[in-house]
Design a protein around this ligand. Structure first.
Ligand SMILES: O=C(O)COP(=O)(O)O
Ligand SMILES: [Mg+2]
Length: 230
């Protein structure tokens, strides 16, 4: 599928969403605090919320409730009120989506450039599909990707490699021609588990740890590096 004239060295680029393409933590923090406030619980800080991003929004809510109540995730999971709190969070997050999130610099240009190179583009996020759709929609990114895989799209989520395998299969791209671009150790593990190369950006959320510790194939400073590869 790769033509002679194309210079970009991959036929498929899979992007993580939160902390990679979109800075989502501020509005997720707002939705968490709307929820905690309604329960009479203390607010979470932005730094705390940033550390909880990466395992999906439901896990993030559990972490926030555990922190605010001084318990642990297991106790929150077993609590009777979790389903209704989750429904409340859902309303708040849907309302907050797009109010304080923003694309990182150069995202639109990088996606447009990769399109001109004939590269297939995918989003692979642990965020649940209903939120992924809203976030992509408010940032006019719905039509930018050939495939979107969310945390609840498949039976497993990152770091299980099934999401990457699904993309490789869908576009008939060999592992060596595919790249994962992310912001966390979960993305690094996903790519490794699938046997594809991974580049990490330092601007996102990595549970508070420096991304160099994830030993990616490359740390890239920003999205302009993608265009410079051609
Ligand atoms: O934790 C989430 O909700 C999603 O995070 P991700 O887009 O970085 O996979
Ligand atoms: Mg991320």
């Amino acid at each position: 599928m790769r033509g002679e004239h194309m210079a970009f060295p991959y036929d498929l680029v899979m992007f993580d969403l939160d902390g990679t393409l979109v800075e989502t933590a501020p509005e997720i923090c707002d939705a968490v605090n709307d929820t905690l406030h309604g329960l009479g619980l203390p607010a979470a800080s932005l730094a705390e919320v940033e550390r909880w991003i990466g395992h999906g929004t439901h896990e993030l809510l559990i972490a926030a409730l555990a922190c605010a109540t001084g318990t642990d995730a297991q106790a929150v999971r077993a609590s009777k009120g979790l389903a209704s709190t989750s429904a409340t969070f859902d309303k708040h997050y849907q309302r907050r989506c797009g109010t304080r999130s923003r694309l990182y610099p150069g995202v639109r240009e990088a996606l447009a450039f990769l399109r001109t190179q004939g590269v297939k583009l995918a989003v692979i996020t642990n965020k649940e599909a209903r939120y992924t759709d809203t976030v992509l929609g408010v940032h006019q990114l719905r039509d930018s990707f050939d495939r979107v895989i969310s945390g609840d799209s498949l039976p497993t989520k990152k770091p299980d490699p099934a999401c990457v395998h699904a993309c490789l299969h869908a576009f008939d791209v060999p592992k060596t021609r595919a790249l994962f671009v992310g912001d966390s150790s979960i993305d690094a593990a996903t790519a490794r588990n699938a046997g594809v190369e991974v580049w990490l950006l330092p601007h996102g959320y990595n549970m508070g740890a420096p991304i160099q510790q994830c030993r990616p194939d490359r740390v890239i400073a920003d999205f302009s590096v993608l265009a410079a590869e051609a």
